[in-house]
Design a protein around this ligand. Structure first.
Ligand code: FAD
Ligand code: ZN
Length: 278
């Protein structure tokens, strides 16, 4: 019964080319073929976005901000494709950014000397992490693509998003040395930074006052995402939206929507030190 219900939901979305003429029953047949894992299924799955799951980690206080508009656009565009989109709206959730002993339910391994890394790793294994963390980890676990949408704060992400990273991507779940970088536990998932800045593109160039924007991407894309195994897609950067014309802002939104239409065809960047510092 659950299976049938699932199919009817999928049909509300625009169907891919190969299945435009099909009825509900045909679609069920296609699902059954998929389960049997035949060659024909592979062709279907390649063209279908129905089962793709996207998680958007969104950090902006104001829904009417450009970040809010970029997030809404991504939800709209990806849902239109038939993707299953979930948003963690960190400020609206009042997400706790502090990594403290409250994250570990029950006994600590060593209550004399608190070590967050060790305790959260142990608690992950015992399933004793705080429920908000378990819920965020569940969202990451099922996602094919995680989009981080945020305004640049101090050459980095807002503290609330950094707190999400500190608390959610714990050892055992996201990495477990030597399982890191290409062997990170979240391999086979994609990650993408979509952010806005105060400074313009010229300021973020190699000779500009802020230096090359790639220097800022290094700790996040390589030190966090790649470390956890994510394959990294090129960042989407809207430079200085406050200081450009309304027309230019509309262009920023249109180019994001356009990019999302073919996002599943994109190849990840080659996330090595050379890319950032050559
Ligand atoms: P908003 O001001 O919300 O949006 C810009 C404009 O877009 C607004 O006029 C809005 O009305 C309009 N808009 C919204 N939706 C639409 C739509 N659909 N169509 C057309 N227009 C729309 N910047 C740096 O460069 N480097 C830093 O290190 C840095 N550190 C910072 C640290 C802090 C603590 C803070 C508060 C800011 C910092 N900034 C920095 C600046 C910050 O990055 C920018 O202010 C921010 O990225 C702008 O994005 P926003 O979404 O908040 O813009
Ligand atoms: Zn890397």
């Amino acid at each position: 019964m659950h299976f049938l219900f699932h199919c009817s939901l999928q049909l509300r979305f625009p169907v891919p080319e190969r299945t435009t003429e099909i009825s509900f029953c045909d679609s069920l047949l296609i699902l059954q073929v998929r389960i049997r894992n035949t060659a024909e299924t592979k062709v279907f799955l390649k063209r279908s976005f129905f089962w793709r799951k996207v998680l958007i980690i969104y950090a902006h206080q104001e829904p009417k901000s450009l970040n809010g508009s970029l997030k809404n656009l991504a939800v709209e565009e990806l849902s239109k494709q038939g993707c299953n989109v979930t948003t963690s709206d960190l400020y609206a959730m009042q997400f706790e950014p502090r990594a403290t002993r409250n994250d570990i339910i029950g006994c600590l391994r060593n209550s004399e000397h608190f070590d967050y890394g060790v305790e959260s790793w142990e608690a992950y294994k015992r399933r004793c992490l705080a429920s908000d963390l378990i819920e965020e980890q569940r969202k990451v676990q099922v996602a094919d693509l995680v989009i981080f949408q945020f305004p640049l704060y101090w050459f980095s992400m807002p503290a609330i998003m950094k707190g999400w990273i500190d608390r959610v991507l714990v050892q055992g779940f996201a990495h477990n040395f030597p399982q890191c970088y290409d062997d990170g536990l979240l391999k086979n998932k994609l990650a993408l930074l979509s952010f806005t800045t105060g400074g313009d593109e010229e300021m973020f160039s190699k000779g500009g006052v802020n230096g090359d924007i790639r220097y800022l991407l290094w700790p996040i894309q390589h030190g966090i995402m790649h470390f956890c195994g994510f394959k990294v897609l090129a960042p989407q950067i809207c430079f200085a939206p406050k200081y450009v014309t309304e027309e230019k802002r509309k262009e920023m939104l249109t180019s994001w929507a356009q990019r999302l239409k073919t996002i599943w065809e994109e190849k990840p960047i080659n996330c090595t030190p050379e890319l950032y510092f050559k």
